[in-house]
Design a protein around this ligand. Structure first.
Ligand code: FES
Ligand code: FES
Length: 162
């Protein structure tokens, strides 16, 4: 009987929320599973696990990516940022604060992904138009239909950062 072989594991060094980390992960493991299961960073949500919903959005080198479609090994040498890394000294990031101020969530399951997409947008474009905010979250599904308030929060966060 053929024996089942363990998938190859590799060491991956990356920056995670501003700290250098080295992990041993199976070569096929997604960044999403690595964040949630290996590192216990469950703020990044797992919904479809196949690139349809955006709940798993994180920043890699400042750009929003679906972490369910990204291998952890592909992040070697890169900076991965998750929702857990946004607050500074107990102060929420302006996008997080704007979501609270504008009631931009209901169940909250899509919220970390929405927030990370908007943080990525504001890094590139400090004064986005409403259309640009809408485009930035167009890959983030909200089953609760909180879109109007999500867009309002994105625009308010841009103003707050100026
Ligand atoms: S969990 Fe990654 S896109 Fe849905
Ligand atoms: S707030 Fe429930 S899915 Fe967006």
């Amino acid at each position: 009987m053929a024996s089942q072989r363990e998938p190859a594991a590799v060491d991956v060094s990356l920056r995670l929320n501003g700290r250098d980390v080295t992990l041993r992960v199976p070569a096929h493991r997604s960044l999403l599973d690595t964040l949630r299961d290996t590192l216990g960073l469950t703020g990044t949500k797992k919904v479809c696990n196949e690139g349809d919903c955006g709940a798993c959005t994180v920043l890699v080198d400042g750009r929003p990516v679906y972490s369910c479609l990204t291998l952890a090994v592909a992040c070697a040498g890169k900076h991965v940022e998750t929702i857990e890394g946004l607050a500074r000294d107990g102060d929420l990031h302006p996008v997080q604060q704007a979501f609270i101020d504008h009631d931009a969530y209901q169940c909250g399951f899509c919220t970390p992904g929405q927030v990370m997409s908007l943080v990525g947008l504001l890094r590139e474009n400090a004064s986005p138009s409403e259309d640009e905010v809408r485009r930035a979250v167009s890959g983030n599904l909200c089953r609760c239909g909180a879109y109007t308030n999500i867009v309002a929060a994105g625009l308010a966060a841009a103003k707050a950062k100026r």
